[in-house]
Structure formats: structure tokens, C-alpha cells
Ligand binder design. Sequence first.
Ligand code: COA
Length: 228
Amino acid sequence: MEQKIIVRVANAGDVTYAQTITDEMESSAKARGTGIAKRTPEYVAKKMEEGKAVIAVEPDGTWVGFCYIEVWGHETFVANSGLIVAPAHRKSGVAKLIKQTIFQLSRERYPTAKIFGLTTGLAVMKINSDLGYEPVTYSELTDDEEFWAGCKSCVNYEILQSKERKNCMCTAMLYDPADHYTTQETSSAFKINSKLYERFMKFKQNNLLNWFRKKEKKTSKKNSIEKK
Ligand SMILES: CC(C)(COP(=O)(O)OP(=O)(O)OC[C@H]1O[C@@H](n2cnc3c(N)ncnc32)[C@H](O)[C@@H]1OP(=O)(O)O)[C@@H](O)C(=O)NCCC(=O)NCCS
């Protein structure tokens, strides 16, 4: 971890970083070729003003990383979303520190809420596992319509809809304060299964995409026959 990086709860004074953050979220999603729920600078700024976000900066104020809290189902669920680290600062432990800080903030502000996240990346699965999260099916996440509506801006939304919200490219992970494994258990489960998760993610992404393309082809064929 780079010692000079400051990781703290964001506040209204940080709204000047909002545009940089959403720009980086968008370009990183493009570079990875995976889907992501798009966020506006206004949305990110509001999270900062509400104290529902964690920011990482250099001592000179250069932006380094970010993550925010979303609250669903009348505070029964909390998501730690939008994790992003500036490319120049990756692979030095910044994301881990941001996630630890936002997890702590979530536990303090919403002590009874289940904390969850959706991810397409192994690094985030590793960080979450070290915090006590375990992989779960989508049915264990919030059924708050507003949460799922947030996926509409993701390129994979049609796949999610076609699968009746039971599956998509992301892996769901959850920490239940009332019923959870120890961090040692979830952490070692990740170590044991990480290769399997990697293969499963690749398989899922290829499989779901192929399935969806075939479905699309079938539908457009059917539509063109009906038109004739
Ligand atoms: C994903 C992202 C946030 C990670 O940030 P980072 O600061 O580089 O992550 P860290 O340095 O804190 O490393 C995270 C941990 O994951 C581990 N890790 C990284 N890649 C891994 C892999 N392929 N398999 C297993 N573990 C992995 C690291 O070893 C580290 O664990 P450790 O500290 O216990 O060794 C960053 O790459 C990013 O902003 N990417 C674009 C946006 C994105 O993908 N966001 C996540 C949306 S869910």
C-alpha cells in the first residue's frame, strides 16, 4: 500500500471529483469490455454530500479511488458499489483499503443490514471474501425494484431480464450480519476456490452471451417470418 494515500469518508467538499470519477468508471468499463450501471456526476456528488461514500486521494488532492453506499429495501440491504481506482494506483492495495473503510462505514450506519455487491472481477471477489462476504445466488439479494432498475444502463441488462433476474455476468456476494462465516473461513474458501471462480466466470460470460445471441437470432428470424 502506498503510504501517502489518504482513504476517508467523502464529504460535500469532494464534489469537485465527481466528474473525474464517473469518467474513469465509464472508461474502465469500456476497457474491460464488461457491463456496468452508469452513474452521473450528480449521483456521485449526492453520495458525497450524504456521507455515503469513501474517497482516496493523494496529499496534494489528486483523486485516487472511490466507492459508495446504496441503501435498499427500507435499510434491510446495503450495497457497496461503484468501486474504482485510478489506473496509476492499481495493484497497490488501494481498493482493499477503500472496501475495508466503506464496509466499516456501512456496518456503523446500518448495523442490521445485509451488505452485498455484484462483480465481474476476481480482485473484488478476493477483497470481499477477506471481509466475510460469501458468493450467493441473485435470489438472496434485495428484491427492491429500484436496485434492479439501476442495472438498466448496463450493456448486459437484456441478459439479466431474459434470465428473469436469476443470473447475469456479475457474481453476487453477500455479508449477513446475523448469519455469516468468519473472515478466516470466507478468505480460505476464496483461496481454495479462486481458480474455479475464474473458470466459472469465464464460462458464464461466454455461455450467457452465446445463449443470448442465439435467442436474439431466433427472435429476429421469427419477426421477419411474421412480417412476410
Ligand atoms: C478492481 C480494482 C478496483 C482493483 O483495485 P486495486 O487497487 O488494483 O486492488 P488492490 O491492489 O487493493 O488488490 C485487491 C486484491 O485482489 C487481489 N487480486 C487481484 N487480481 C486478482 C486475481 N485475478 N485473482 C485473485 N486475486 C486477485 C490482489 O492480490 C489483492 O489482494 P491482496 O492485497 O490480498 O494480495 C481496479 O482494478 C479498478 O478500478 N478496476 C476498474 C473498475 C472495476 O473493475 N471495479 C470493480 C467493479 S465491481
